[in-house]
Design a protein around this ligand. Structure first.
Ligand code: APR
Ligand code: PHB
Length: 390
């Protein structure tokens, strides 16, 4: 059995960021990932980064491509029917967000690993977690037909919503909170110029739609779909027709069509497992909480969890001080719940709910109308969108 300081399960943004931060602090760690390197590098996810996240990349010195290719956005738009409400985040908060795909960020972190001595073991099957309540926990897995076991001082469960870590924490916890939304998002990625210079989150008669981007030549769009909708029912033409109907009247440049690089449907969920620790196993990122994508908080929350956990590990390995580790759950949750609230409230504000009454629709329209004329409400939205401080 080999040994390390921290065994990290999962090479998503949480595991990769934590691995690099620990490595930079001279703390031995190994990342164990179920999927192949190619699979990890090809996943399409959101792409709006808060400064909490970009600051971590800068601290790591893995920000060169992000600074060059990322789009610094000073505002975004909420649309109600055919009215565009611009949230001027730069003027309201003095800050900005960076549009840079999670796919690109993941690539930067994976490619920087070898030169920094960060070990990532891909294609690790049947991972199991052992003895988390003892002083010497471990993980075992199968790779190339052999079983490998890594002993560690701590285990970081960065294995997403479907990974095994939360199942290990759960028996000690009844503190789980969930909200499933009665709709999903159908997304398309295409190499066409975005229809607008900044993101548009639109609510209309036909439900929610989002015009986003990856660059000035690559667009990402979503429309609200019913949970029973299947991808096969949506041809590319049908989706472009829908997007044109939603955005042609709202956007500066109009919707440009092109072949889909990717199309997929994802359900929307809010979820928090308040127990983020069992013994020497700590959860971070999607392993502990899910937000609906409205507001793009998922990756940024993973980054803030990791910032707290890394600092806690750093104090422990420097001086044996466990107070940061003991405080991790409460510290992380304080920020998690605020981001959950924001994502939930923006989801409620911008979507049509099946079966909602005309009164409820009027309430949403009134809230958007109020927002259009209220600097106070725009400021509240802007400061959540750019990200609450650590
Ligand atoms: N063994 C090893 N690795 C595993 C296992 C397992 N049994 N189960 C899951 N994993 C890996 C997944 O393959 C994935 O690479 O854990 C990783 C978890 O990554 P994410 O799901 O991306 O979660 P996280 O790193 O917390 O990132 C949160 O990024 O992926 C988005 O939607 C997510 O925006 C959110 C943010
Ligand atoms: C995206 O570009 O994929 C994106 C942007 C903003 C969101 C969600 C997704 O809120």
């Amino acid at each position: 059995m080999s040994t390390t300081g921290v065994a990290i399960i999962g090479a998503g943004p949480a595991g990769l960021l934590l691995g690099h931060l620990l490595c930079q602090s001279g703390i031995a760690c190994t990342i164990v990932e179920r999927q192949s390197r190619d699979h990890v590098l090809s996943r399409i996810r959101a792409g709006v980064l808060e400064t909490v996240t970009t600051d971590l990349l800068t601290r790591l010195g893995i920000d060169r491509r992000m600074r060059k290719e990322g789009l610094v956005e000073a505002g975004f738009n909420l649309a109600s029917g055919d009215r565009l409400i611009r949230i001027d985040i730069a003027a309201l908060t003095g800050r900005h967000v960076t549009v840079y795909g999670q796919t690109e960020l993941t690539r930067d972190l994976v490619e920087a690993a070898p030169e920094r001595g960060l070990e990532i073991i891909f294609d690790a099957a049947n991972l199991a977690i052992h003895d988390v309540e003892s002083a010497s926990p471990s993980v075992s897995f199968e790779k190339d037909g052999a079983v490998t076991c890594i002993g560690a001082r701590f285990i970081a469960g960065c294995d997403g919503f479907h990974g095994p870590s939360r199942g290990v924490v759960r028996p000690s916890a009844a503190r789980e909170y969930v909200r499933e939304y009665p709709f999903g998002w159908l997304g398309i990625l295409a190499d066409v110029p975005p229809c607008h210079d900044e993101l548009i989150y639109a609510n209309g008669e036909r439900g929610f739609a989002l015009a986003s981007m990856r660059s000035r030549t690559r667009s990402r769009y979503y429309v609200q779909v019913s949970l029973s909708d299947r991808l096969e029912e949506w041809s590319e033409d049908r989706l472009w027709d829908e997007l044109e109907a939603r955005f042609d009247g709202l956007s500066k440049h109009g919707v440009a069509r092109g072949p889909a690089l990717e199309m997929s449907i994802a359900p929307l969920r809010s979820y928090v497992c308040e127990t983020m620790r069992r013994g020497r196993l700590f959860l971070a990122g999607d392993a502990a909480h899910i937000v609906p994508p409205t507001g793009a908080k998922g990756l940024n929350l993973a980054a803030s969890d990791v910032a707290y956990l890394w600092q806690a590990f750093a104090s422990y390995f420097a001086s044996g001080d466990e107070s940061g580790l003991d405080a991790y759950e409460a510290t992380a949750l304080a920020r998690v719940w605020k981001a959950e609230r924001f994502s939930w409230s923006l989801t409620n504000l911008m979507h049509s709910f099946p079966g909602e009454s005309p009164f409820e629709r009027r309430m949403r329209n009134a809230e958007l109308d109020y927002l259009a004329g209220s600097r106070a409400m725009q400021t509240a939205i802007a400061e959540n969108y750019v990200g609450l401080p650590l």
